[in-house]
Design a protein around this ligand. Structure first.
Ligand code: AMP
Length: 462
């Protein structure tokens, strides 16, 4: 019997996983630069964490949670999103200093109908900041999400923004909206005829013709914002203007989860199919810490779906995809036909010195090892044969971009040995190979060859 991945899940395999690793690395570096620290929480929590945070009337909790009892009968759920777990963690650990700024990436689980762009296990990366209601934090969060995507080479992005008000102005608005929906309920789509009273805001977000038409004259939150919320939103927009980030205000943007208030936003890619074109989004959730048992603490965050992001990059960012692959390619392939254990030692030394290096195993023939070297995508081969071993040296041969790399190798060897010939250098000159002392190998690559090689590569990819 052959086992397969569970329905709605995927293996993320090489070489595509190189793009994932590159994107996560890029994200982590951006977060660290802006003072966010990594947080890792369990992938399952007491179900109450999500029921309380996301809301029991929400589809994510009502229909999509992977809820189970463990062997002791405890009620747990695999996390459908990360914010609720991080709030639970904030309340439990009570950080001393605010703002508390954290970032994450990892798997989320929703029992959805699997389709392109919608999976049952999917990955999100995101960040959350606790402890300030300053609109400059909203602008920081939105600009981080935006800059992250733009810096990855995406250009067909649209930022949509809305303010959902707060506990002072939202209840009045929701009451008005519900009254309005009562008056048009027969015209709503089937699903919302049943659910609009439980979750009236979601009707505004519904993409069906029926709901769009029926809510054309619906009241919108923007006309109900209290003065504080209006000022807050205005300051956020002014900062985005100052950053020259363009956006569209969208009164229908209510986001799926119940905990949002004030600023909400979504970033869509016009190249994705319209039903699943949101790459990510987020917003404020100033009341959530309190509702999970903590002190009043304003907070804001965003999350971005990795599957959708990687699919956009594959369609639009050949340079970034190229860079992602390149960052994982071996520079050196070690070929050792001496059975002396030398390869193991050189492999360890070179990789620990920071160079991507690959090798073969099992004492195979030189020919078989060269084939493996070609398949690996390595740029140069470092060859240790009996001759070399007797002189404690290694021969280096270009495997790709032969003409350019041979020239770079020769310039590097001349520089390293100050114009003196080393080993069989004169003999090797015509074949474009070079020879170096094994004891020089780390310095030769790290200090002499790789800096020149990196310049060559980056010029070539421009
Ligand atoms: P949400 O937490 O629903 O606001 O989703 C945030 C982002 O996560 C979305 O914009 C998608 O990129 C991604 N996402 C949400 N649900 C799924 C899913 N079932 N499969 C793949 N990606 C998803």
């Amino acid at each position: 019997m052959n086992f397969r991945t569970p329905v709605g899940t995927n293996d993320i395999l090489p070489p595509s996983s190189r793009v994932w690793s590159y994107v996560i690395d890029h994200f982590s570096r951006m977060c660290v630069r802006t003072n966010y620290d990594l947080i890792i929480t369990p992938i399952f929590e007491e179900s109450g964490v999500f029921q309380r945070a996301v809301g029991v009337d929400n589809d994510v909790v009502r229909k999509e949670m992977y809820q189970f009892q463990d062997r002791s009968g405890r009620d747990y759920s695999l996390r459908p999103e990360q914010t609720a777990s991080i709030v639970r963690s904030y309340v439990e650990s009570r950080p001393k200093y605010l703002p508390w700024k954290v970032y994450y990436w990892g798997p989320m689980f929703r029992y959805e109908r699997p389709q392109a762009g919608r999976y049952r296990q999917f990955y999100q990366l995101g960040l959350e900041a606790f402890g300030s209601s300053d609109p400059s934090l909203d602008a920081e969060i939105i600009s981080l999400a935006w800059d992250f995507l733009v810096d990855l080479g995406l250009s067909d992005l649209e930022l949509r923004l809305n303010s959902l008000g707060d506990e002072a102005c939202r209840p009045g608005y929701v009451a008005d909206l519900t009254k309005f929906l009562d008056s048009v309920k027969d015209k709503l789509c089937g699903a919302h005829q049943d659910s609009y009273q439980r979750n009236p805001l979601r009707v505004l977000d519904c993409k069906t013709e029926a709901c769009l038409e029926a809510t054309q004259d619906a009241p919108f939150q923007r006309d109900f914002l209290c003065e504080d919320c209006r000022d807050h939103f205005k300051s956020v927009l002014e900062l985005l203007d100052r950053f020259a980030i363009s956006y569209r205000q969208d009164s229908r943007l209510v986001r799926g989860l119940d905990y949002y208030n004030r600023t909400t936003f979504e970033i869509c890619s016009t190249s994705l199919e319209s039903a699943q074109n949101a790459i990510g989004g987020g917003g404020r959730y100033d009341g959530l810490v309190r509702s999970l048992g903590g002190p009043d603490t304003p907070a804001i965050g965003f999350s971005i779906g990795l599957e959708r992001l990687v699919s956009c990059l594959e369609n639009q960012s050949p340079v970034v995809i190229g860079r992602a692959h390149q960052s994982h390619e071996p520079i050196i392939f070690l070929i050792d036909v001496t059975s002396s254990g030398k390869a193991s030692q050189v492999f360890r030394d070179l990789s620990r010195s920071g160079i991507n290096v690959a090798r073969d195993y099992g004492d195979r023939s030189m020919k078989a090892q060269f084939k493996a070297a070609d398949r690996s995508g390595a740029w140069v081969a470092v060859i240790i044969g009996d001759d070399e071993l007797s002189r404690n040296s290694a021969t280096i041969r270009a495997l790709r971009d032969q003409e350019k790399l041979r020239a770079l190798l020769q310039v590097s060897v001349r520089e390293k040995y100050d114009g003196r010939s080393c080993g069989r250098q004169d003999e090797l000159e015509s074949s474009g190979q070079v020879e170096i002392d094994i004891s020089d190998i780390e310095v030769f690559f790290n200090k002499v060859f790789i800096p020149k090689f990196s310049r060559h590569i980056s010029l070539a990819s421009q």
